[in-house]
Design a protein. Structure first.
Length: 132
């Protein structure tokens, strides 16, 4: 269950997300104090978490040793459209077929599917460079 209470300054919102405290706020340009992420940053954070968790679960089921995943996401509005740019970097994928499978899976994570009706989500999945 999520519980939220409006706090001070005017837009600070204190959230209890299943026993985990969070703070949301708006930035100064909208009259907030920037005490926490804004509402869309929280939404995109949920997409990031779902993306990484889903890909990690798949890699574990496949017993991919040394698998790791990271992502960068950005929300923006352009010509009235809400856009999310998602860049996913993976390491430890055994072959090209595995990488293609991850590209397919990332488009069908539960939060991706929930957000697609209201957002255009552009995703790239690449192998992270390994350093010697």
């Amino acid at each position: 269950m999520i519980r939220a209470v409006q706090a001070q300054p005017p837009f600070r919102t204190e959230i209890d997300a299943a026993g985990h405290p969070l703070v949301a706020d708006e930035g100064p340009q909208l009259g907030g104090a920037n005490a926490g992420p804004g509402p869309f940053e929280l939404v995109v954070s949920g997409l990031a978490a779902c993306t990484l968790i889903t890909l990690r679960m798949y890699a574990q089921r496949k017993d991919w040793a040394g698998f790791s995943v990271a992502a960068q996401l950005r929300h923006r509005t352009e010509a009235g459209r809400r856009l999310i740019d998602r860049q996913v970097q993976v390491k430890g994928v055994p072959d090209a077929a595995g990488l293609e499978r991850l590209r397919d899976i990332v488009e069908r994570t539960p939060v991706t599917l929930a957000l697609k009706p209201g957002f255009e989500i552009t995703t790239t999945v690449t192998e992270a460079a390994t350093t010697a």
